[in-house]
Design a binder for this molecule. Sequence first.
Ligand code: GAP
Length: 513
Amino acid sequence: MSKQTDQFKKVISHAKEYGFVFPSSEIYDGLSAVYDYAQNGVALKNNIREYWWKSMVQLNDNIVGIDAAIFMHPTTWKASGHVDAFNDPLIDNKVSKKRYRADVLVEDYVAKIESKIEKEILKAAKRFGESFDPEKFKSTNARVLDYQKKIDSIITRLSKSLENEDLVDVKKLIEELEISCPESGSRDWTEVKQFNLMFGTKLGASADSAMDLFLRPETAQGIFVNFLNVQKTGRMKLPFGIAQTGKAFRNEIVARQFIFRMREFEQMEMQFFIPPGTQKEWYDLWKKTRLKWHLALGLGQENYRFHDHEKLAHYADAATDIEFRFPFGFKELEGIHSRTDFDLSSHEKFTGKKLQYFDPERNENYIPYVVETSIGLDRMFLAVFSKALTEETLKDGSTRTVLKLPPALAPIKVAVFPLVKKDGLPELASKIVEDLKLDLATTYDEKDAVGRRYRRQDALGTPYCITIDHQTLEDQTITIRDRDTMEQERISIDNIKNLIMNKVSITYLLKLI
Ligand code: GAP
C-alpha cells in the first residue's frame, strides 16, 4: 500500500473511531458518498463555519449574510446555466461496468506524472543538501522538463477538447495514454457522454399539479436572486458582499475520497458585487485575502498553491483554485471566480425584472460585476483533519496519536480530570467544569489512569487537559498539560481561563488575518 493511501485510510478510520464522521445510515450498509457528522465532527465543522462567517461578515462592514432556501424557482437553474451546462463527461468501463469522469481519469494520470516530478525533487534535495534550489532544478533538469512537457501537452489537449465539447477526442486521449480502469485494469471503454449533475425533486401533493424542482447545486444563486432585496433593504453601496453557508447537492459520479467529493455537502460562498471594470483588482485582492485566511490556521504554507483555470466555466472571465495537499495529493479546496455580470444579467433576462444598481459616483445604472469566493465546508474539514492527524514517537520509544487541530477549531477546548475517584477530587473537578463550561467547550473524564486519559484527549485534538489532585485541595492549584508539547505546568484555578481563553478562541485566528 502506498504511503498516501495508508495515511488516508488512517484519517478515515480515526474520524469514525473518535466520533467525527460516520457513513450515512450505516446500519443499512451506508449510502454511497453520503456522510454524517458525529458528536466531535459537528463541533469541528461548526467552528470552521464560525471562523469563515466571522472573517466575512463580522470583520467586513460591507459584507452581510443571508440564509436562502434550498428549493428555488426552477427557472433559476435555466438562467444560471445549470440546466444546459452543469454536466460531467462520463465514460464506462465495459469490463468492470464502473463509471468514471473522463476528465478525472486524465487528471489522475497527470497527477502520477506530477508525483514523479516530486520524487525527482526529493531525491535531488537529499543529494545537494542545503544549497538545493527546487525552482532552478525544476527549470533545468532534463527529466523533470520532459515530465512537465508531457503534463502541459495533456492538459492543453484535454482543456481544448472539453471546451469544444469534443468528447470523441477525450476518449481518444484516454486511449492514447493507455489509461486503464482502476478496478479491472481493462482498457475497454465506452464512448464519453455528458451527464447533468442536478438532483430533481417535486413540489406539491398531487402528481398532476406537482412542480419539478432541483435541489440547489450551489448556494450562490440564492444570493444572486436576493441581490436587489439586500441592496435596497440594507442600503448597501457598491462594492459590497453577501455571504452564505448552506447545503448543496450534486449527483457526483466519481463520488469517492471520503468527504472530499460528496453528493450532499455544504458550501461557504460570498459574492462580492463591484462596478464593471474593477474585477481584476478585486479578484487579485480576494485571492490574497482567502489565502491569508487559510494560512492563519498554521497548517503549513507549503500545503497550499493556486491553480489558475485555463478552461473557464460558462460564467467566468478569470478563475483560480486554492489547492491543498490532501493525503491523496494537491486538490481543489476553494474556488475564486470573477463571474462578470453573467448571473444578474441572466436573471434579468429570464424574469424581465431589472437587477441594476444606481451608482451615484458614476451617475449611471448598471448590472454589477461579481467576484465570488466559494469553499466546501466538508473539504475544509478534511483538509484540517487530515493535516492535524499525527503519529509521534516519544522519547521512551512509545508512539502517540495526536490530532493537532488549530486550538480555535478543536471540538473540546479543555478536559478536566480528578486524579482519583475519591477524597472529594471528583466533586472539585466537577465544580471547575461547571465554571469553565460557561465560556469553553469542556469535558470531564475520571475513567482509567491519567496517562490514558491524556491519550484519549490527544486523539480528539483537545488542546488542554487539567488534573485536580490532593494538592489542589490545599492550595487551589491544578496541573495544566499542553497537547502539543505535553509539558505540564502548575497554576492557580483562577488563572485557567486567562491562560487558555485567548489561544482557543476564534478571535485568536481573526487577529491573524
Ligand atoms: N458557486 C461556485 C461553485 O459552486 P465549485 O468549484 O463547483 O464552484 C466550490 O464549488 C467549492 O465547493 C469547491 O471548491 C469545493 O470545495 C466544494 N465542492 C464542490 N463540489 C463538492 C462535492 N461534491 N463535495 C464536497 N465539496 C464540494
